[in-house]
Write a protein that binds this ligand. Sequence first.
Ligand SMILES: [Zn+2]
Ligand SMILES: [Zn+2]
Length: 406
Amino acid sequence: MTTETILDAVAAVEDRVVELRHTLHRHPEPAFQETRTAALVAEVLSELPLSVRTGVNRTGVSALLTGDTSRKDSHRERTILLRADMDALPVQEETGLPFSSEVPGVMHACGHDGHTAILLGTAMVLCGLKEDLPGNVRFVFQPAEETTGGAEGMIREGVLENPRVEAALGLHLWGSAPRGIVEYKPGPFMAAPDSFTIRILGRGGHAARPHECVDPVPIAATVIQQFQNLVGRRVNPVLPAVISVCRVSAGNTHNVIPGEAELEGTVRTLDPALREEIPAMMEAVVRQVTAIHGADYRFDYDFRYPPLINDSKITALLRDAAQTVLGRERVREAEYPTMGGEDFAYFAGAVPSTFFFLGIAPEGETIQHHHPAFRVDDTVLKDGIAVFCRAVFDFLERDAVLEQRL
Ligand SMILES: [Zn+2]
Ligand SMILES: [Zn+2]
C-alpha cells in the first residue's frame, strides 16, 4: 500500500473526524458510564464493513475488520489490534471553546475524545482500503482508563482472541510534546501507578497531656520522611521509583490529640521486580516506626496497572511507519519514560505492543492534562490516523512477504 494512497484516504475523512471529536468533547462521560460515547462509536462503526461487538466489559466496543487473507499463500491469518480509550474526567471545563463540555463537572481533559476520533478515522480509512489489506485489524474502544482499567476486562472478555491478536498499538495525545511530533520508546515507557492507604492507630486525648496519649501525628510525619529515605537509600538508584503521600488526615481541632492518622498516596515504578519489593519495604517502615511509639497500624496496598513495557520490534515498526508518513524530523525517541500510568500496559503485557505519544503543544508551551484548560490541537488527528494506518499495513504486509519466503 502506498503512503500516498493512505494520506489521500486520511485527508478524505479528516473533517468528519474533527467533527466527531467535537461531538465527543461536548458529551464527556466518566469511567464505565460511556454509554452515549459507545453508542456513537458503534453507530459510526456500523456504517463500515466490520463485525461490531458492544457491551464488552460493560461499555466497551470492539470491531473486527477482516482483510483479504487470501492475498498471501498463508496457512495462517494475522491480526493487529488498535486501541482507544473513551472515558472523561471529573473536571469542570474552562477552555471557553465553542464545543465545550455540556456536562457540568465532567470534561475530556486527557484527550481520550481525540483518541476515540482518531481510531474511528483509522477504521474508516482501513475499511476503504480493505481489498488491499493482507490481514485483520481489531479495533478496541475501551472504558475506564482513568480509574480501574477497562483494558483488563476487555482482554478477559476476549478481544485478543478469535482471531488471535499478534500485536497491539496505542497512542496518547501528549501535552509535553510539540504539536504533530511522535515520541516513541522501546522498553519501559510508563509506570505502574500503585496506591496505598495507611492508618496509624494511636490513642487520643488532651493536647496538653501527650504523655498520656499515643499521638499518631508525629508518627505519621516520621513515616512520611522515612518513605523518602527508602526511595533515596534503599532503592537501586538506576531504577526509578516515586513514593508520594498525597493525603494526610488527622484530627479536627487545635487542642485534641487525635486517635488516628491516615495517609494515602501512590507508588510509581518501571521495574516489575522493584514493584513487587516496595510494599514490604514500606510496611517495614510503618511497623517499626509505630512499634517505637506504641501505636498500631493498618497497611493496605493496591497493585493497579502494571508498568507499560514497549516491545522493541513493534516500536521500531511504529517508528519507521511514523517517519514514512510524517518525515524523520517529526519523529523522535522520548528522552525518558514517564512515571504516569496507562492501562494499555495490559495489552503490552499480553502481546508485543507499542504505545506512543502524539504531541499537541503549541511552540514553547506545555499543555497540562487533567486541567480545566486542557485542549487538543485538531490538526494532529489526521497524523494519528496516518501513523496507525501505515503501521498496520507495514505489519501485515511485511509479515506477508516474510511468510511467502518461508
Ligand atoms: Zn489521563
Ligand atoms: Zn489519558
